[in-house]
Design a binder for this molecule. Structure first.
Ligand SMILES: *Cc1c(COP(=O)(O)O)cnc(C)c1O
Length: 399
């Protein structure tokens, strides 16, 4: 049983007995429907007309000049809801519908996945409950209101640190007694099997499109593909298109927060050790007794002490490389990219962009790097302003 859904030593499902039938039910539903022509046609139509796929691949010429090589941006920020999360929410909710489930539950940290689920709950007329740590409910008030406007119930969770990992625990607990009519719409490429497989599948259009668009506009594959990593869904979505192209380097970028030598970071792949979190064996930020570390970095969407098991495996095999960038680097590139391109990147996506800046001077002028712009940064404008005034640190690039 535990050998299912394995990526090398990582993955599997380490869950209470009562959840195993529910996970097997989802696995069977996914196997049955994800290639079913009616399901595929309906999802494609929703991707196109509701979410806004395909998203463009954009040549960021002024930013390219700054870094000294050619940067192509996969514009997931243009999707409905402002991020890649809608891809997964649409796919899983449609699966729930095909499986005859009437209700959705989901966890959320920053509120982005909760909002995506609430949107699709409204679209499909399904009763939706969102579990959210009480600290996050207070911090992410606007998203809470948006979810409620969509008709979702937001359940404030007060346990542990009252953040994402506690919300996941409560959502799993609730699910154990409501599996009959309720589908747990998991938000990232982590958690127990089959979620990593399912989430990767529904995020894979990012990579499929990006590969074809790069071949069409540049005439060849990129040298590198770069994406930020929280739980790993946008990264695995774009990586999946290039995994077999061994000449394409795959790079994931995590939140280095205030520095990797402090406890204030979210760099699970770079600094974590093997453990079990939320139903999967993966890399985890924990102490020597297996106590989970509190994570902290500037972007709430990367603030998670675990990571999808496939990334842990890609790191172990060396197929993908993972780096961390600091909050300061992220703030700088948030402003640099906005001034160069007139596109405000999400702080999460700014981690990937910050890595591109760190490559300045190391790549040939004709080198091609595709970066996944996982979301737009409108939600982050006030956070950046606050950080800037708190540190009296001002934007220092001249363009
Ligand atoms: C949630 C989120 C992320 C992090 O989640 P992944 O599962 O790692 O993709 C990254 N970017 C944006 C814009 C997000 O909303």
């Amino acid at each position: 049983m535990k050998s299912k859904g394995r990526y090398g030593q990582f993955g599997g499902f380490y869950v209470p007995e009562v959840l195993i039938p529910a996970l097997e039910d989802i696995e069977a539903g996914f196997d049955k429907y994800h290639k079913d022509p009616a399901f595929v046609a309906e999802l494609d139509e929703l991707y196109r007309t509701y979410a806004g796929r395909p998203t463009p691949l954009y040549h960021a010429k002024r930013f390219s000049e700054h870094v000294g090589y050619q940067v192509y941006v996969k514009r997931e920020d243009l999707l409905h809801g402002g991020a890649h999360k809608v891809n997964n929410a649409l796919g899983q909710a449609l699966l729930a519908k095909y499986m005859g489930k009437k209700k959705l539950i989901a966890e959320t940290g920053a509120g982005q996945h909760g909002l995506a689920t609430a949107m699709i709950g409204a679209l499909f007329g399904m009763e939706t409950k969102i579990f959210m740590g009480s600290v996050d409910v207070a911090r992410q008030n606007v998203n809470v209101h948006k979810m409620q406007l969509c008709g979702a119930e937001v359940i404030s969770v007060s346990g542990g640190t009252c953040t994402l990992k506690d919300a996941i625990n409560d959502a799993l607990r609730y699910w154990t007694s409501h599996v009959e009519d309720t589908f747990y719409l998991f938000g990232t490429a982590g958690g127990p099997h089959p979620f990593p497989t399912i989430v990767r599948h529904f995020q894979s259009p990012i990579g499929t499109e990006a590969r074809a668009q790069c071949l069409e506009t540049v005439g060849r594959l990129p040298d590198k593909v770069v994406a930020c990593v929280g739980g790993g869904s946008n990264a695995i979505g774009i990586f999946s298109g290039f995994l077999d192209d061994t000449e394409v380097e795959l790079v994931g970028v995590e939140g280095g927060g205030q520095g990797l030598d402090t406890d204030h970071h979210c760099a699970t792949l770079v600094k974590g050790s093997v453990g079990v979190l939320h139903g999967a064996q993966t890399l985890v930020l924990q102490d020597e007794n297996g106590q989970i570390h509190e994570t902290e970095c500037i972007s709430a969407g990367l603030d998670y002490p675990g990571v999808g098991p496939e990334h842990a495996h890609l790191k172990e095999t060396g197929r993908a490389k993972y780096f961390a960038v600091s909050d300061e680097q992220v703030l700088d590139v948030f402003e640099l990219f906005t001034r160069s391109e007139g596109i405000i990147p999400a702080l999460e996506s700014s981690h990937a962009l910050a890595h591109l800046v760190s490559l300045k001077g190391t790549l040939d002028k004709d080198a091609v790097v595709v970066v996944n712009l996982s979301g737009r940064g409108d939600k982050d404008v006030s956070i950046v302003e606050q950080r800037r005034s708190a540190t009296e640190n001002t934007f220092s690039y001249s363009i």
